[in-house]
Design a protein around this ligand. Structure first.
Ligand SMILES: [Zn+2]
Length: 208
């Protein structure tokens, strides 16, 4: 597996080089691509049970490697309580299928940290599109929560990431090569070294 882009919404030109988020489906009828499936906090409705039933079926597919994006958004979507109930169900799905979670978190890192402590999941949680500073990043790392970086990020954080926790993404904007170049500059490493880190880390995260 050669996944460089850990979170996008677009099929990559070269199949198998990105983890493509398909929400609650359907799975595109294309070969050799990898997917994540999840109920985005913006899309959670009060009757989310039927949405999650659809999601569970997708997770049984071997080409769906992760749950997400799901999580918390304090600025958009239904009430916190509904977002949390849907999130907890998705944690259960992630644990049941043994697949990690890709999280969307806007201004509600505390809920993620609280639930990580409370639920003690075995699967990894990766917060995508992380823009916080090194202090916030280290608070998350202390709880075993991972982060990934896109075009917009705090370069001090990206510089401080240990090589074995480096994850990069496009979120469907621009090319992953640009993100790799930027990371190489901030970290004073070659693009080849960055690629080596992210391929290894993605393989371990997705257990392939
Ligand atoms: Zn996204």
């Amino acid at each position: 597996m050669r996944i460089e882009d850990i979170h996008t919404h677009l099929l990559p030109e070269e199949p198998g080089t990105a983890l493509v988020c398909i929400g609650c489906g359907p799975i595109p009828a294309v070969d050799d691509h990898y997917f994540s499936a999840g109920l985005h906090p913006w899309d959670v409705t009060e009757g989310f049970d039927s949405q999650l039933d659809a999601l569970e079926k997708l997770l049984a597919n071997p080409r769906v490697l992760a749950v997400g994006e799901c999580g918390f958004d304090a600025l958009k979507g239904p009430s916190h309580d509904i977002q949390e109930a849907a999130f907890i169900r998705q944690v259960e799905i992630s644990e049941h299928y043994g697949k990690p979670m890709i999280l969307h978190v806007v201004r509600d890192f505390d809920s993620v940290i609280r639930l990580r402590k409370q639920l003690k999941p075995k699967q990894q949680w990766l917060i995508h599109g992380f823009r916080g500073g090194p202090e916030q990043m280290n608070q998350l790392y202390a709880q075993g929560i991972l982060v990934s970086f896109g075009q917009k990020h705090n370069s001090e954080s990206l510089k401080a990431v240990p090589a074995d926790r480096l994850y990069l993404e496009t979120d469907g904007n621009g090319s992953v090569q640009d993100v790799i170049q930027k990371a190489a500059q901030s970290r004073n490493e070659s693009p080849e070294t960055i690629v080596r880190h992210i391929l290894r880390n993605n393989n371990i995260l997705l257990e392939r």
